[in-house]
Structure formats: C-alpha cells, structure tokens
Ligand binder design. Structure first.
Ligand SMILES: CC(C)C[C@H](NC(=O)C[C@H](N)C(=O)O)C(=O)O
Ligand SMILES: [Zn+2]
Ligand SMILES: [Zn+2]
Length: 363
C-alpha cells in the first residue's frame, strides 16, 4: 500500500516543520517539504501534529497483580487500549505473580498483538531470581526466542523480591549481555526498583567494576522517591537509561531531568495492566489499582501543557526507548524507518495511529 501524509507538523521527535511523508508498505519511504506523488491515497494533515509511534517498554500485557490474593489479579490488555493510546511498539513482562502467570501466556499475547498489527516483544523472567525462563537459560531464551528482547522485571530493593544477592544480579546482567551479543539484540535487564533502602546500589556497583556496560541495566519506577531519582540522575550521567512509570506526579522529575540535561537517558513506561498496590507500614495491602497504557502520552501532554519542552518529552516515549531496546528502525520519523506514526489534532489529542504502514486507529 502506498500513500502520502501531506502537510502535517512533523516532530521526528525533533520539530522538522510542515512535511509530506510518503509511506510504502510498512516503511517511511520519503520525508520532504512537498512530495508530488502520482499514485496512492493522499491524506491532508494540514494543521495536524505528526509524531513517531509511541514505544511502551514495560506493560503487563497478559495481566499482572495478585499481591492481594486471587481477586486482585489484573486483566490482560486489549489491542484497542494499546492503539488508542498511540502505542505501536510494546514490550510485555511478568511481575510479582509468576505462578498463575507464565512466559508461554505472555508470548502468546505478544504474538496476538503482532498479528493484529503492532510490534511486540517480551522480557523473559519476572520479579523472581533465579528468573523463570522458557529454556532454562537467559542466554538461550534471548538467542532462540525472537520475541525475547531482554530480562525483566527483576525486582530489587523490594519486599516482594527474592532478596537477590549482588552476585546473583551481576550474573543475570552478564548473561543478558552475552545473550544479546549472540542474538544481536539489546540484552537489557529491566529492573523493578522498589522502595527499599538499597535503591540501585547493585547497579551502581556493577558500573564501578567497569566491565559490563550500563546499557544492559534499565531500572524502572525511578520516580518512586526523591532519593531514588537522585541516584537515577547519577546512573544516567554514567550513561545508563532510567525509566519513570508515567503519571502526572512525575512532572517534577521530568522537569529536573530536562534541567539536569539527562532527558536523553530518560524514558517513561506505563506499567499498563500491572497492579499499582499501596502497602501499609505493617506490610499489609491497603489498596490496589490497575495501571493503564493511556498514562504514557497523557503524561507527556500534561507536562507539555505545563510548559515542559514537547520535543524532549516526546523523546522519552519514542527515540529513547528505541535506543534502550536496540530497535534501529523505530522511534524516529525518518526515511527507511518503520512507518509507526501517531497523528494528533491541534489540542494534542490522538486522532490517528499507523503501525507498520497500516492505520490501526483512525479518527
Ligand atoms: C510503580 C508502582 C506504583 C507499581 C508497581 N507495579 C509493579 O511492579 C507491577 C505489579 N507488581 C504486578 O506484578 O502487576 C509496584 O507494584 O511497585
Ligand atoms: Zn514493577
Ligand atoms: Zn510492572
């Protein structure tokens, strides 16, 4: 299928001005001031905003939760929830409950989403250490299972973790790195960072040993506290990527990240379908909500309306996660990249979503 998107205000995420985009099959063929295209549909996007499809690198696509017993298990995600949020690339993960949830179900869900038209990957593992795997080995999972892009979400500094030792964590990162090298993938370990006192000490100590590159360690929930975010700034300044679970409460950290000039090493993810539990001092569950993928762009939109730089915010859900995940053809609107595009109206509301060149949401 060939068609042209004409005259939209294009953020690649960098603002390029009004551009025409020629799309052929699943690729962006051409990006230019004006494209005279003798064939294919022409969509007039004058006055619209055109941005790269959003990448959500941490979603419990097959459901999550369970920290309050069976009734608190959360539902799996629907395709419409994903595309209505402008997400065209998603990475599925398991969380606390890796007894009633398993990698086979996670894989099946990711395949279903791919067959519906978006790009999907999964992390092998879950909160637990040693990690659950398909083949009994992190390296084999990365090399033999195409959808496996890394390991996660491995819990550290959390009362629900397996209380892993530093050595155990280092071995997981080392295996992810070698599995990534052999398979040509990112081999990234997505760490669930809890509210424990050790925060990301393990990761900073691995960096101190100066052997395993920072890019293999990707801590999430880094906006859980000011102290944790401060450690995150340190980690980012050493070349690591830090991830915030999107919510309007994160605006202060987004602002600091831009001010500290570490926004290029920051991403946001939604923790969609994950449980958002609140525990009391006594460790008992007080309440439990369910994450929604819609927070991803809603947080960018909210922060932009608060005056934060739109291009820098946009990078955190497009170009930056593409870098973390090693997805060379994603995260930017440029010739040769996958045609993953979101069309916004002048109020920055999502009007259309294109995934691999096909409209998955229109109007
Ligand atoms: C960042 C906070 C608000 C939510 C966070 N959620 C998860 O980690 C996912 C959850 N445990 C699940 O398995 O579904 C948390 O529990 O700390
Ligand atoms: Zn988590
Ligand atoms: Zn999660």
């Amino acid at each position: 299928m060939i068609y042209t998107l004409k005259g939209g205000k294009v953020f690649s995420p960098d603002y390029l001005g009004e551009k025409d985009i020629l799309i052929a099959n699943d690729k962006i063929e051409l990006l230019d001031d004006t494209i005279i295209c003798p064939y294919g549909e022409i969509y007039d996007l004058t006055g619209k905003i055109v941005v790269p499809g959003f990448i959500d690198a941490h979603v419990h696509i097959a459901g999550g939760g369970g920290e309050g017993g069976f009734v608190t298990r959360t539902p799996e995600i629907t395709f419409d929830e994903i595309v209505n949020s402008g997400i065209t690339t998603i990475v599925g993960c398991l969380g606390t409950d890796d007894i009633t949830r398993n990698l086979e179900g996670l894989y099946a869900k990711a395949k279903a989403l791919e067959l519906r038209g978006i790009t999907s990957y999964i992390y092998t593992g879950s909160y637990s250490v040693p990690p659950v795997t398909f083949t009994g080995s992190i390296k084999k999972d990365l090399v033999l299972i195409d959808k496996v892009i890394g390991v996660g979400e491995i819990a550290i500094s959390d009362h629900r973790s397996s209380q892993p030792s530093f050595e155990e964590i280092k071995k997981i990162v080392a295996k992810a790195r070698v599995g990534g090298l052999i398979s040509g993938k990112a081999g990234v370990v997505n760490f669930h960072v809890g509210s424990g006192s050790c925060k990301i000490e393990y990761l900073l100590n691995i960096l101190k040993e100066n052997e395993i590159p920072a890019k293999h360690m990707y801590p999430t929930h880094m906006g859980r506290s000011d102290e944790l975010f401060s450690q995150g700034i340190l980690f980012a300044k050493k070349g690591g990527f830090i991830d915030l679970t999107a919510s309007i409460d994160m605006v202060k950290y987004l602002e600091i990240g831009i001010y500290e000039n570490i926004y290029s090493n920051m991403t946001m993810t939604s923790d969609g379908q994950g449980s958002l539990p609140k525990f009391g001092e006594d460790g008992n569950l007080i309440e439990l909500n369910v994450g929604s993928v819609s927070v991803l762009f809603e947080t960018v939109r909210y922060a932009a309306n608060k005056g934060l730089n739109f291009e820098k915010l946009l990078k955190m859900i497009t170009e930056n996660p593409a870098k973390v995940l090693g997805l060379k053809n994603k995260g930017r609107i440029k010739s040769g990249n996958d045609a993953d595009i979101v069309i916004l109206n002048e109020d920055m509301e999502i009007e259309g979503v294109i995934a691999k060149g096909k409209f998955v949401r229109r109007g």
